[in-house]
Design a protein around this ligand. Structure first.
Ligand code: F6R
Length: 242
């Protein structure tokens, strides 16, 4: 695990953006695994700026997002599908047919099977991750099997509370209680992983991920077993590291 400690969120976003831009320049047909949440927003903005200024092209790139809420359709402003278009896809030249976000509606088991099949046929070159304050990656909550693949998830109360800030007026009741998420095994199959963690509320999870035992109780700790992981953390999130 390569750990990069930077001053703040801006520097973390710059560092991560550099890695993704280089990836796409080196391999214009890259398959990107992408995340939502508040952490990647600035990095996505930097990718859009770079696309506009330097013309880095995503026309042959494919993307696979980690997760989606259950029951929200793609046009819902709080859906992760909508988030990705707003924060990234509308500002780059990726083709709609190359964008993949798990579908949180209809027959969930069929959707999970189809997503796993697509991932098996299109192995992710580089996977972006954030981390939950409880150590989740994707929506793989504490206790998730390390051999899990795309699955239907009951969100933990702590995740629902954490994510309420992104919903209308911070209304906790508006946050879906279930989601569909790539499993831990899917994430571990990515050739490279880049995880960004910023802010004091992530310091416990960051410590567990880097220094703790590898345990399903802290899902991100599994990344200690991945051969190519870069963790980019700001000083606040690094506060408890030895
Ligand atoms: C998002 C995702 C989640 C978030 C995590 C951190 O697609 O899979 O694991 O990365 O909940 O969220 P933020 O960045 O909002 O702190």
């Amino acid at each position: 695990m390569k750990v990069i400690i930077v001053k703040n969120y801006e520097e973390a976003s710059q560092e991560a953006a550099k890695i993704f831009i280089n990836q796409v320049k080196e391999n214009p047909q890259s398959i990107l695994g992408l995340a939502t949440g508040s952490t990647p927003i600035r990095m996505y903005e930097l990718l859009r700026e770079d696309h506009e200024k330097n013309h880095t092209s995503y026309k042959d790139v494919k993307s696979y997002n980690l997760d989606e809420y259950f029951g929200l359709d793609a046009s819902h402003p709080q859906s992760y599908h909508y988030f990705m278009y707003k924060n990234l896809f509308n500002g780059i030249d990726i083709k709609d047919e190359n964008v993949h976000v798990p579908c949180g509606q209809g027959n969930i088991q069929e959707n999970c099977d189809e997503y796993n099949k697509m991932l098996a046929e299109n192995p992710v070159d580089i996977q972006l991750l954030g981390i939950g304050s409880n150590g989740h990656i994707g929506f793989n909550e504490p206790g998730t099997d390390f051999d899990s693949r795309t699955h239907y998830v009951d969100l933990k109360e702590s995740t629902i509370q954490d994510n309420a800030r992104l919903f209308f007026d911070g209304d906790v009741n508006a946050v879906p209680k279930q989601a569909i998420s790539m499993g831990i095994q899917n994430i571990m199959e990515a050739k490279k992983v880049v995880l960004i963690a910023c802010g004091k509320n992530k310091e416990d999870a960051v410590k567990g991920m880097i220094e703790g035992p590898v345990t399903p109780e802290l899902p991100a700790s599994v990344l200690q077993n991945h051969k190519d992981v870069t963790v980019i953390i700001d000083e606040a999130a690094a506060g408890l590291l030895e």
